[in-house]
Design a protein around this ligand. Structure first.
Ligand code: SF4
Ligand code: SF4
Length: 470
């Protein structure tokens, strides 16, 4: 059995309640995770605040008098700090996506689902929504009580305030998202003066609604049923991947209550259930590795608190590996991890080199296809070309046009053009020769574009000069 099959097998290990048939349409029990303090909670706080901060502040950053991160679809330009990308640069976007995918593979093999537990947007937003809920409705027990209580002015006020704040955060999320595509300063002014275009209104409303539903209502359901990563991550796991696990050999037989237990016969688990109460996906980690576990480590913090109280060593639930749990040695460097790591490093280097050597100018040459060549009134043999020039830099540029090709060809057309930043121009030129003085055969020619403003900007494009048969 390979690793993925084995982990799938862990997923379906019969649990105590597997004998009970569960309807596919059974009503979902709302999960109210208990808040907990601990070292992993502090790390999680740091990562979710950082993720949220970067997202919300991102479009407000400025660079060279413009929005630092702006995906300007109408102008077909992507600005990311000092870089501006055009449709011609699509290859960089593809590289970025491939790099992102390999990073995910690499870190999943190395550290399991750390992405899910600490920086995933679903985790981050759900956490903020839960904090708002906790602030207005109280801790886990108070929220459970409020759920069960009949409607009253207090319940109405608390619930209403919660939904108002949820909607406010969801709206900030939607506005920020659209602000990555439409300059956010003007967009914000238009929002508050009710002067939005249809598509701006639609996308802000869509992302507000999606955030409100996903983080406020659906929460762990998104991870369990909608996220594809939860489904395919098992194929990247092996016995040395970091997981959150309960140490069954140490914990069992579990004995309820700390005082009544027989220290020699009982395991360390006092069956307090705290690890289940803090779990945002509502699972019991003592049932084994489950695909619902997002490795947020809340259960580790909870159990460590319990162990401290009953004077037992921490780590009954801990970050570990299957090899370590079985008493073996964890291998950090495995062929699969080295493979992903090498691929990631190689692609990272290639991407950086390609980015550093990117020329912010584009030259496309289109030969006149209606005639292979023409004979001018002075008897010269000529080919016509259309040069499409694109200044992809952030400054105005003066370019010198020219060509490399066979001796005897004469250029006819503009030799210099000045273009504003981001401007596109089309220039018609001809190449020709005097057949009474020179013989030029059909050969390749290279059109060149050299900036006079910035000597490092130079590009060329190959075409062909076609001459009559001799
Ligand atoms: S928190 Fe620890 S002691 Fe309490 S039930 Fe969970 S594993 Fe057992
Ligand atoms: S089992 Fe533990 S690590 Fe997994 S999701 Fe629940 S609390 Fe987080």
């Amino acid at each position: 059995m390979n690793d993925s099959q084995r982990i799938q097998a862990v997923d379906v290990t019969p649990r105590d309640d597997d004998s009970v048939e569960i309807s596919l349409y059974e009503k979902r029990e709302r999960i109210h995770p208990k808040s907990i303090h601990g070292r992993f909670e502090q790390i999680r706080n740091m990562t979710v605040w950082t993720t949220m901060g970067i997202y919300l502040l991102g479009p407000w950053l400025r660079w060279d008098d413009r929005q630092a991160i702006l995906f300007d679809l109408p102008a077909r330009q992507f600005h990311i700090f000092g870089f501006s990308f055009w449709p011609q640069d699509f290859v960089f976007l593809s590289w970025l996506l491939i790099l992102g995918a390999f990073s995910l593979f690499f870190f999943t093999v190395l550290a399991g689902r750390v992405y899910c537990g600490y920086v995933c947007p679903q985790t981050t937003w759900t956490r903020f929504f839960t904090k708002i809920e906790e602030w207005l409705e109280g801790d886990r027990n108070a929220r459970l009580k409020l759920d069960a209580a009949p409607w009253s002015p207090t319940k109405l006020f608390r619930r209403g305030s919660k939904h108002v704040l949820w909607l406010a955060l969801a709206f900030a999320t939607g506005l920020t998202f659209v602000g990555y595509f439409s300059p956010i300063t003007e967009l914000t002014v238009r929002v508050f003066s009710f002067d939005l275009g249809f598509w701006e209104f639609f996308w802000i409303a869509f992302f507000t609604g999606a955030t409100y539903m996903n983080a406020g209502w659906m929460r762990e359901q998104v991870c369990k049923y909608m996220c594809p990563y939860a489904r395919f991550q098992s194929v990247m796991f092996d016995r040395d991947t970091l997981i959150v696990s309960y140490d069954e050999r140490r914990g069992e037989p579990r004995t309820r209550g700390a005082k009544s237990r027989d220290q020699d016969a009982a395991g360390d688990c006092i069956d307090c259930g705290l690890c289940v109460q803090v779990c945002p996906t509502g699972i019991d980690i003592r049932d084994g590795l489950q695909y619902e576990c997002i490795t947020c480590a809340a259960c580790i913090d909870a159990c460590d608190l319990v162990m401290d109280k009953i004077n037992r060593p921490r780590g009954l639930i801990r970050y570990t590996t299957e090899h370590a749990l079985e008493g073996g040695k964890t291998h950090v460097f495995r062929p699969r991890m080295i493979g992903y790591g090498v691929m990631l490093a190689l692609m990272g280097v290639v991407f950086m080199v390609a980015l550093a050597s990117r020329v912010p100018a584009d030259l496309d040459v289109i030969r006149d296809r209606t005639k292979l060549y023409r004979t001018a009134s002075n008897g010269h043999i000529q080919n016509s070309y259309r040069l499409e020039l694109h200044n992809m830099s952030q400054q105005a540029q003066t370019y010198q046009l020219g060509f490399r090709g066979p001796e005897g060809l004469v250029w006819s057309g503009p030799e210099e053009v000045t273009m504003n930043a981001g401007e596109t121009q089309t220039v018609g030129v001809t190449l020709g020769f005097d057949p009474f003085l020179q013989v030029v055969e059909t050969q390749p020619v290279w059109f060149t574009l050299q900036s006079r403003t910035d000597e490092s900007i130079r590009t060329e494009h190959e075409s062909r000069f076609i001459a009559p048969a001799q």
